[in-house]
Design a protein around this ligand. Structure first.
Ligand code: ARG
Length: 261
């Protein structure tokens, strides 16, 4: 395992981030705290399909993407151990401490039945909302759209996660762009933890821009279309260790079956 951490509740998120750093030969913390890690602030007006996933008390612990008025794609590792009563989805809320937007309960949590651990792949879940979201959903890749993962393609990441490896979450939604990394290169970084059929890597060779703890479950967009789900990585934004995302095309038909269920 390469410092895989989970963020299933707000408090364990902090503990998990600390545990991840303890496992890592941490580079000197020279970089100024930055968004996602490296990036800029944005809003849910610009990205209306980006959802906060919170516990019943409203503490955000993961992201998600609205793909239909009442369906949200997120990571399986975000939902493992959760029950419908303990989860809320919040749309149209740019700030973690905001009170605007739409809060929905969850009537069903579908976790990919093959999921065991993010490092084994299969990291996809679909939530059915009790209240439809009045926001434009995102399109997602079809099973045949494998071309979007060509190395060097620009991808967009979004979330409220920590702005550095040991940092705190961002109150405002952040975004950044990162290039898709060749599968061969990601395999060199992560060895057998990189499951090529189920995962795609994105980031700069030199690091500096990445998703981080609390961004999990949120979108990786390619050409404006949902193509990946924030899943795991060694630390955050470290040189030679890109972020690892669920390769959504592999799971597109499974997701569609849930969206239409
Ligand atoms: N597992 C993390 C979460 O639960 C996401 C980590 C992404 N890490 C990375 N280096 N890109 O929020």
């Amino acid at each position: 395992m390469f410092g895989l951490t989970r963020a299933r509740t707000a408090a364990p998120l902090v503990a998990a981030a600390a545990a991840a750093s303890a496992l890592t030969a941490a580079p000197p913390a020279v970089a100024a705290p930055q968004p996602i890690v490296g990036g800029t602030t944005t809003t849910t007006t610009d990205y209306p399909f980006v959802m906060q996933i919170t516990d019943a008390s409203g503490n955000q612990f993961c992201g998600g993407t609205l793909v239909a008025a009442d369906k949200v794609v997120t990571a399986a590792h975000c939902m493992a151990g959760e029950s419908t009563g303990g989860v809320r989805v919040v749309g149209g809320r740019t700030y973690l401490d905001g009170t605007n937007g739409t809060v929905s309960k969850v009537s069903k949590i579908w976790i990919n039945p093959d999921y065991t651990d993010a490092a084994n792949g299969d990291d996809v879940a679909v939530l059915t909302l009790s209240t439809s979201m009045p926001y434009t959903p995102a399109a997602y890749v079809s099973s045949s759209q494998t071309d979007v993962y060509a190395a060097g393609t620009t991808a967009r990441i979004l979330g409220w996660g920590t702005t550095s490896e040991n940092g705190s979450s961002s109150n405002q939604l952040r975004t950044a762009t990162v290039p898709v990394v060749a599968d061969s290169s990601c395999k060199s970084s992560y060895g057998s933890d990189f499951v090529q059929t189920d995962m795609v890597c994105a980031g700069y060779t030199s690091g500096g821009v990445d998703t981080c703890q609390g961004d999990s479950g949120g979108p990786l967009l390619i050409g404006g279309v949902l193509a990946g789900i924030t899943s795991w990585g060694e630390g955050c934004a470290e040189a030679g260790y890109p972020g690892v995302y669920t390769r959504l095309a592999t799971f597109s038909d499974l997701v569609t079956a849930q969206v239409h269920s």
